[in-house]
Write a protein that binds this ligand. Sequence first.
Ligand code: FCB
Length: 453
Amino acid sequence: MSTRFPSDFTWGVATSAYQIEGSPLADGAGPSNWHRFAHEPGRILNGDHGDLACDHYHRFKDDVALIKRLGVDAYRFSFNWARIQPEGRGKVNARGLDFYKRLVDALLAQGIQPFATLHHWDLPAALEDAGGWLNRDTALRFADFTEIMVGALDGQVQDWCTLNEPWVIMHEGHVAGAHPPGLRNLALAPTVAHNLLRAHAEGVRAYRANGRHRIGLVVNIEPKYAASDDARNHAMDHAARIRAEGYMNRLFVDPVFRGEWPEELIEAMGGPEGEAWREVLSESTAPLREPIDWLGVNYYSRAVVRHRAGGFLDTETVRQPNPHTAMGWEVYPPGLTDTLVWLHERTGGIPLYVTENGAAFDDPPVVEGRLHDQPRMDYLRTHLQAASNAIERGVNLRGYFAWSLLDNFEWSFGYSRRFGLVHVDPATQTRTPKDSARLFAEVVATNGECLED
Ligand code: FCB
């Protein structure tokens, strides 16, 4: 199999603020919703929280050296908004801003290109108290925050992204209740989706002020396949597939690129939920259609779905006889090719980045400074081949970021799920590159040629 990446392809690793930084209240920072949520009993597996995490707040220089050793071109990270604006609005906390300035300086000193995500889920708690993503005003506060960050790091950070995975904020925070604010009400989802899309567009407009042109959005896409090919079930399963795709994959892509809402959701939901969707979906998409420069996709797995009356949106996922990761996610590399081709077609060929891809496995222990994580190496290799296949099919793929640099705080799963290329010992904070880190460094050094069979 041939594996080809353009010579200017961007190779990177990714993290996010709450998952690695620790010291959530240091130097005048306000509490974020995640800080507060993680300290509520029963919210996070094993009672874990991000108070220390990977102690990146104090060890960022060592971590930049670690990134440098991987040889990558770029580092994707995010800001904890509450460090900058402790109340989510108004005055800037200079000491919080200073942390990110020092991080960016350290990256640039090593020739590593910073890819900054403005919002990766940790909202100032004060904004959540004011209604969070249910409040239209949050979108305007996000635009202010964007202006502050872009102004402060102008000329240093070239590549920006507004939101990471708005679907997860909407679904896990307001429908499934596994993330803050911990609500479980499908009828709230359309308002949240709309406000997130408004925030994204307001952020892009704030960023554009000086004619800047390197901003994107990051969405999670889990391609949906119909379970059954036989004639009897096919129509029903196909309709289930369309509903699942509309809710998860098109909701945050189509309004931005096509000016369309996935309207079949109105009927699929019915009742008060359907009414709530009808109301929001009747709003014009024009203000949301702010042109962006690239789209990032986080790909981990796919779902094979079938019709089941009474299931969520009358669908259910059918478990496949393939290997699954420690998250319970099916390993399905062709889904990445399909996703990239689908996005390429749906967006009219906008530059795409894989902004996250990776896997949690139950790793063996570190022995004599080595950790043999063969399943993660296999996952990486096959998914990089899948990305290369998409390029061969004409997809305008510009870069790939492995999730994640470090074993870190995996949200409601705490530290129990390990995605790092680099092992982190929670007791000592010792970093040990896993075998997958060595593989990734070789991929970067050879621009993917070492993947060829
Ligand atoms: C994505 C998140 C990221 C990480 C991975 C495993 O949904 O963006 O922070 O948790 O999943």
